[in-house]
Design a protein around this ligand. Structure first.
Ligand code: UD1
Length: 345
């Protein structure tokens, strides 16, 4: 029998890409999303890509009554992949309570439901933000977690702690936290991708929107960092590679291959790329020059971080397959698709 998996935030950026991979790997999935930051049409596009349109339940998992109703109706769930969360670092500084409520209440509700409805496994979306600015690079999983700079980052740290503590005493639930570095790009079909609300906060959507002419110019936040070209360094990984890691993590839990009740993995390429190098990559794959100006540093930015993904490579048998240029190309194809789509609607 096909294993049933719940994908919260299933019409969002990483959730939708993971949904595609889960379906293609033979899982039976149900998406839950409140459509706060995504659109229902994404479920149809997942169906277009895979040939199987997953059911989408539109409600907020912070709503315990609705969540209970859902789990009473949907039995025999093998795992929850929990993506649903607010994720804008800047916004979280101004709306801390909203961020704590949304990101933590949803998680607690799900953990309680796992215990109550016998759902054995969870895969949690965490972030390299938990490391702050690590002293040693590349960063390994045992690198110390540092005080979070933003409420958003804190929700990921606290979220991990809640899961760690819950799985240490509740023997029938287990979990894996995946610490993402910087996911970019889109599905090669270019019909699902990242769709930021309003002005993008993240680098790659800003680059592609500037390339398309929606933004006049890109602001590069600081070129006086202690890095070869002075701009910040990140580990950009293709979202499809990231999605594939989720399928492996789900399978590890569902097939009881996990070593401990709670495990943490870094998901990155292992290669640091500067902001200027990211711009150059976009220019190479699109043939479009990006107008940019150097601005002051963005508060809270980390100078440089990239993953040591060797634990995930070894234990999960996973590594990234796509190059920066390949990922950037898909980001560009997606930008063009979504703009033409919006114009024709
Ligand atoms: C941040 C969070 C990360 C979160 C992610 C998702 C931190 C340290 N990191 O990643 O946890 O999961 O957002 O929202 O909190 N840049 C520009 N111009 C722009 C936009 C960005 O120069 O217009 C630069 C930034 O200064 C940074 C780099 O590009 O150096 C990457 O920024 P961004 O894409 O926002 O990701 P992070 O800040 O790394």
């Amino acid at each position: 029998m096909k294993k049933k998996i719940i994908v919260t935030g299933g019409t969002g950026y990483i959730g939708s890409h993971t949904a595609v991979e889960l379906i293609e790997e033979g899982f039976d999935i149900i998406l839950i999303d409140n459509l706060y930051n995504s659109e229902a049409v994404v479920a149809e596009r997942i169906g277009k890509i895979t040939g199987t349109k997953p059911p989408l339940e539109v409600f907020d998992i912070c709503d315990k009554l609705k969540l209970n109703r859902f789990f009473k109706k949907n039995k025999d769930i093998a795992a929850i992949m929990h993506f649903a969360a607010y994720k804008a670092v800047g916004e979280s500084v101004n709306k801390p309570i909203e961020y704590y409520r949304n990101n933590l209440v949803s998680l607690i509700n799900l953990l309680e439901a796992m215990n109550q409805y016998n759902i054995p496994s969870m895969v949690f979306s965490s972030s390299c933000t938990v490391y702050g600015q690590p002293e040693k690079l590349p960063v390994k999983e045992d690198s110390p977690v540092q005080p979070a700079i933003s409420p958003y980052g804190n929700t990921k740290q606290i979220g991990e702690e809640i899961i760690r503590d819950a799985t240490s005493v509740i023997q029938n639930i287990k979990a894996i936290s995946l610490r993402y570095f910087n996911p970019i790009g889109a599905h090669p079909s270019a019909i699902i991708g990242e769709l930021p609300r309003g002005v993008p906060e993240n680098l790659v959507p800003y680059i592609t929107q500037t390339g398309y002419g929606i933004r006049d110019e890109l602001k590069v936040f600081g070129n006086d960092y202690n890095t070869p070209d002075g701009t910040c360094i990140r580990d950009f990984l293709h979202v499809v590679d990231l999605a594939k890691a989720h399928v492996i993590a789900a399978r590890r839990l569902v097939e009881n291959k996990n070593r401990k009740n709670y495990e943490v993995f870094n998901l990155g390429t292992g290669k640091g790329v500067s902001v200027l190098e990211a711009i150059q990559s976009f220019e190479r794959v699109s043939g479009i020059k990006i107008k940019y100006t150097i601005k002051g540093r963005r508060p809270g930015d980390i100078e440089k971080i990239w993953a040591d993904p060797s634990y995930a490579n070894r234990e999960l048998g996973w590594k990234t397959m796509s190059s920066l240029d390949e990922a950037m190309k898909t980001a560009w194809e997606w930008e063009k698709y979504i703009r033409k789509k919006n114009l024709s609607e």
